[in-house]
Design a protein around this ligand. Sequence first.
Ligand code: DON
Length: 567
Amino acid sequence: MSNIRKYVIVVFIFTIVSSSTLFNLAYSKPILGKKGMVVSASDLATKVGIEILKKGGNAIDAAVGVGFALAVTFPAAGNIGGGGFLVFVRNDGFATTIDYREKAPASAHRNMYLDSSLSPIPSMSTEGVTSAGVPGSVAGLLLALEKYGTMSLQEVIQPAIELAERGFKLNYELSQSLNFNYKNFEKFPSTKKIFTNNEKKFSDGDIFLQNDLAETLKRIRDYGTDGFYRGKTADLIVDQMKGEGGFITHGDLSNYKAIERLPIRGNYRGYDVISMGPPSSGGIALVEALNILENIKFSKEDFHSSKHLHYLIEALKCVYFDRAEYLGDSDFVTVPVERLISKQYAKKIFDSIDLNSASKNKSINAKVFESKESFETTHYSVYDSYGNAVSVTTTINGSFGSHVVVDGAGFLLNNEMDDFSLKPGFPNMYDLIGSEANSIQPNKRMLSSMTPTVILKDNKPVLIIGSPGGPMIITSVLQAVMNIIDFGMDVEQAINMPRIHHQWLPEEIYHEPFALSSDVKMKLETMGHKFQHRNSMGRLEGILIDRKNNIIYGATDCRGSGLAEGF
Ligand code: DON
């Protein structure tokens, strides 16, 4: 079968599949806008952002409004009890990032999650207050607004307060995920009170009220960061810790600072890539992978051919090996950023790839776990009528984070401490291995995979993109970028196409349904690659800007139920 026929068939099958239960939205064209666009995982949050843009706010104003709204309408991942990264590219080409990743409490130490025989204590880093890092979201959103926004905090946070106070109708996805997590929520009385429905199941259409959260948001509105990191909210967080053996103190909260950092910059086939640096691995991994893959030319017909996938997999092996070996919080360890994102280094890796066979993984003393399926983080992309771009990924790590709501404050705490390497070679909940670079130290930020990214052409934003998915974030963003630049897809196609994922360890390559035709799979297996099926990986939210025709295209991933809206 010719490659072009294969391509047509893949697209055709995908069009049919996308209307089935696997992908709950039919394949469609991207949403069009002339002035601005917001794409997020929650329709209500997207609308908050659009209203802010329509009032003349810029992309930062809208992003901060969307961030607070997501904390109300998408509690599985949107948050004020977690952290995130924001990438901002201004219309004049200036680019910066805000790091509001959670950090380890001051009392943290490298063996804090190990028992006396140095084995990780089950669930201590993944559930309950012991798993929480010091939250960064409020500090980060407020820093972004103060430095680069144009509207007041009162204006941008008010819609979130109203959504919490007046309530909103649960959609099908949220009602199901609350019901699905009942057993996790009932373990913690403060969580059970809010996220369960008096022993009954939630249904879509139920009104969901969050009064305690509304009061916390009002304290933030009235006192800024002090409304969260000091005073009543801080007292409630610390009380929660004391009752249940947690580590976060008043000092940890009042000392938390969001940090403005230089972005990671790369170039791929004439496009500039602006993404997040340490403590995220996302930007470095994305640029390293693109640099390796730039050494081979792809045509449209190569999409998901054995050539495309073999090189992609081999590049990913090296990228994730480097991630495990070298990456951590660069305020604590030396990360060889320049080397990892250099074209020369990528060329060496490319030259070492055998065209005909899969390379053997370097052996490592690692115990590999079967990872769980249900994870949550969330990404949103914003573009405004002034030409500014904002790309934000935010998380409480696992779905509904630590599962602990701060009693009286109404928000969930993260379980981000699990993103540290608890012990060299021991995989975290995403099967990621780490080394000394990502070991626990007091006040250190845990390594992330979040990859909020903006791609520029001639110094102007053309693509704003990112995803949840733990380690699959990097591969989801990478494939969407390649789908657009190498394979000429529109942003909706690029986001919805089936994906593969490989992260060096475990050795298997994950693939979504219809990502591989049987002959491509067979060929790759003869070359030594091993595959495993996964239902769904990543959930991209993207904006593509066609500068020539002055059209903004927005697309939300059919794997979720978000909303792209333009105006
Ligand atoms: O920062 C990270 O890389 C992880 N905590 C992200 C977790 C995640 O994406 C889960 N979502 N699907």
